[in-house]
Design a binder for this molecule. Structure first.
Ligand SMILES: [Zn+2]
Length: 279
C-alpha cells in the first residue's frame, strides 16, 4: 500500500481523476434494462439522478472522497470528475478546482442547446422534487424486478422460455415507470424561454449536450495542467479501468509519461473504496 499522505506532501501539484464508478457504486436495481429503456424513450438524460438514487454505496463513496478532499485541500490541486452525481460536486473540494466534463444532474439546459439559452441551476425545490421522483422510481423498480424474478409461470415451460417471458413482462413495466418519470421530470424542468423547446438536464447523455456548462473551467484546467509539466505532479486515478472513453485512463498515463517528475497512482473500480478508506 502506498503511503498516500507522504506522496501528497511531497508533490507540488495533485491531480485527481474520479471515474463514473462513483455514480454507479453498488446499484440497488439492475440498471442494464433501465438504461436501455431510458434510451428508447429518449430520456437518457435521467440516468444520472436515477443512478444516484439507486447507489447503495453512496455514503461510503462520499466518506472516502471527503477524506481525500481534506487531505489535498491545501495543495495546488485539480479534480476532474467523470462522475456526474451531485454528492461529488458538493464535497468540500478546494474552491474552483473541480471540473465535471460530463455535466451535472442539477443543471438544466435547452434540449436543442439553442445559442441564446443559458444553462441554469435547478432551485432547491426542484432539486428535492427530482430526488423524490427518482427515489420513487427506484423503489417501484425494486418491486417490479423482485416480483418478476419470483413469479412462476403456471404452465410447465422450459426454463429459458419462462425467463424470456419474465424479461418481456419486466421490460414493459419498466417502460411504464420510465414514461411516468420522464413526464414528471420534463414538467419540472419546463421549456426553454428562448426557443420553447423542452429543457433537459445538462449532462453528456442529453441528445444535444451543451458543453458551455464546463468549458471555462476546462480551459482553466488545461492551463493548470500545462503548468504542471516541470513540477512534481501526483496523479491519482480513482477507478475508470472499465471506462471506454479516453478522458481519464489514457490522458493520465500520457501525462505521467511526458513528465518525468510525475507519479501515477491508479486504482480500479473494484478496490478504490477500500483503498481510499485505508490511506
Ligand atoms: Zn432553446
Amino acid at each position: 500500500m502506498e503511503d498516500l499522505r507522504k506522496e501528497i506532501e511531497n508533490a507540488d501539484m495533485v491531480l485527481v481523476g474520479i471515474s463514473e464508478f462513483f455514480d454507479l457504486g453498488e446499484p440497488s436495481i439492475e440498471l442494464g434494462i433501465v438504461s436501455e429503456v431510458l434510451r428508447e424513450e429518449e430520456a437518457d438524460w435521467l440516468i444520472v439522478p436515477v443512478m444516484e438514487a439507486a447507489n447503495d454505496s453512496l455514503e461510503r463513496n462520499l466518506a472516502a472522497l471527503t477524506k481525500l478532499a481534506e487531505q489535498i485541500k491545501k495543495k495546488n490541486c485539480f479534480i476532474v470528475s467523470l462522475a456526474q452525481s451531485e454528492y461529488v460536486a458538493n464535497i468540500d473540494w478546494r474552491e474552483g478546482r473541480l471540473v465535471m466534463p460530463n455535466g451535472r444532474a442539477v443543471f438544466a439546459q435547452c434540449s436543442e442547446a439553442c445559442e441564446k439559452s443559458e444553462i441554469e441551476s435547478l432551485n432547491d425545490t426542484q432539486i428535492d422534487k427530482m430526488h423524490e421522483l427518482c427515489s420513487g422510481f427506484v423503489k417501484n423498480l425494486q418491486t417490479i424486478q423482485s416480483v418478476v424474478n419470483e413469479s412462476a409461470v403456471k404452465i410447465p415451460l422450459p426454463e429459458e422460455v419462462q425467463r424470456a417471458m419474465r424479461l418481456i413482462q419486466m421490460r414493459e413495466q419498466i417502460r411504464g415507470e420510465v414514461q411516468s418519470l420522464k413526464e414528471q421530470a420534463t414538467k419540472l424542468l419546463g421549456k426553454c424561454p428562448c426557443c420553447g423547446a423542452q429543457r433537459v438536464l445538462n449532462v453528456v447523455q442529453a441528445k444535444h449536450y451543451d458543453q458551455r456548462g464546463y468549458q471555462k473551467k476546462w480551459e482553466f484546467y488545461s492551463k493548470w495542467l500545462y503548468g504542471s509539466m516541470s513540477r512534481k505532479l501526483l496523479l491519482l486515478r480513482l477507478g475508470g479501468n472499465h471506462s471506454q472513453i479516453g478522458l481519464l485512463r489514457e490522458p493520465f498515463e500520457k501525462i505521467a509519461e511526458l513528465n518525468p517528475q510525475a507519479k501515477l497512482i491508479a486504482q480500479n473500480d473494484e478496490n478504490v473504496n477500500d483503498w481510499l478508506e485505508n490511506v
